[in-house]
Design a binder for this molecule. Sequence first.
Ligand code: NAD
Length: 386
Amino acid sequence: MAAPRLDLDGEEIKPLKICMIGAGGFIGSHLCEKLMFETDHSVLAIDVYGDKISHLLQPGQAWSDRIEFHKINIKSDSRLEGLIKVADLVINLAAICTPADYNTRPLDTIYSNFVDALPVVQYCRENGKRLIHFSTCEIYGKTIGSFLPKDHPLKDDPAFYMLKEDETPCIFGSVDKQRWSYACAKQLIERLIFAEGAENGVEFTIVRPFNWIGPRMDFIPGVDGPSDSIPRVLACFSNNLMKGEPLKLVDGGLSQRTFIYIKDAIEAVQRMIENPKRANGQIFNVGNPHNEVTVRELAELMTDVYCKVSGNARPEVATIDVTSQEFYGVGYDDSDKRIPDMTIIKRQLEWEPKTSMYDLMEHTLTYQHATYAEAVKKAMSKSIAT
Ligand SMILES: NC(=O)c1ccc[n+]([C@@H]2O[C@H](COP(=O)([O-])OP(=O)(O)OC[C@H]3O[C@@H](n4cnc5c(N)ncnc54)[C@H](O)[C@@H]3O)[C@@H](O)[C@H]2O)c1
């Protein structure tokens, strides 16, 4: 018999039944894999789409009796409460979370990130269930540093950009900048969950992801998603690279972001799941402060790595500039720089990210190329023929 797995305090980890909402998405699919391949936990996987976990749902696999897929839209399905009732832990990942939607579909964004999450919190409170809720690093909005004059001596001081869960204020743009609809909705649900913890004793953990990337993130327009939709930056740039088009840099690609490999981030979530005493009542930044690049640098890196993994020559024109209004429509705004402070997660969960920017990009673009390059070529030749 295999030795029991132990938590960070040396106690045996008991198998849990986890109700995972949004399990069919990018993060959910990796979390389901981790739980099926490396633990004894069971998953009630809820989503409107199941394609990204279909490989886990085939019958006859070692974990087949530990995962069930429920095709449910949580906006309007009375089965949700029953599934929460039979679970030990609820993880809520369901959301509209693509920047292109924030100012073109602000109502859907607000409903999805706030209103649709309300019954989940309510059922957790009424049934005494622990909740791990996925928020976002967008919650911090703009940095204090971005408001300093250009030539201010503190302009480059990291202290003005380092985002701390328990200190940094949330600074959003004006209401007509609908970009902030997502961050505001996420902030309000965070505040509600925090208040449920304080007033009603709900056991919760809030996760603030800082640009988790890797295989299965979003879709390639016209291949496994609508041709007129804009996915997040990784899929956007991958699509351009596979088509041999220049990568579009919004407003000069000057924004700075940190990127973390999905598999590192999933390790952190597993620690939250299996160490409730250390994770309850906490808000965790989950990112990699060492992997910081401007979006322009990201485009350069992706071009280099894609040429390496595909064997293609480097294009003559690698990038072109577009305005945010052209790319995202009216109401777009951005935050300049986001560096996660890792003090709390290091202290509570003894976790640190491992994968470098180059390595995470190499793993991810190898997957993108193997999965999509042929289909992109076919889609392009079809559109030329018609
Ligand atoms: N990937 C990141 O780096 C990142 C960054 C910040 C925040 N987050 C947050 O993490 C969570 C998961 O993100 P992701 O990258 O996996 O996104 P994703 O879009 O790949 O996954 C979300 C999943 O939720 C499902 N969903 C949405 N509304 C639903 C509904 N009404 N009923 C049932 N299912 C529904 C979608 O079908 C999708 O499969 C989100 O809450 C997101 O805001 C992610």
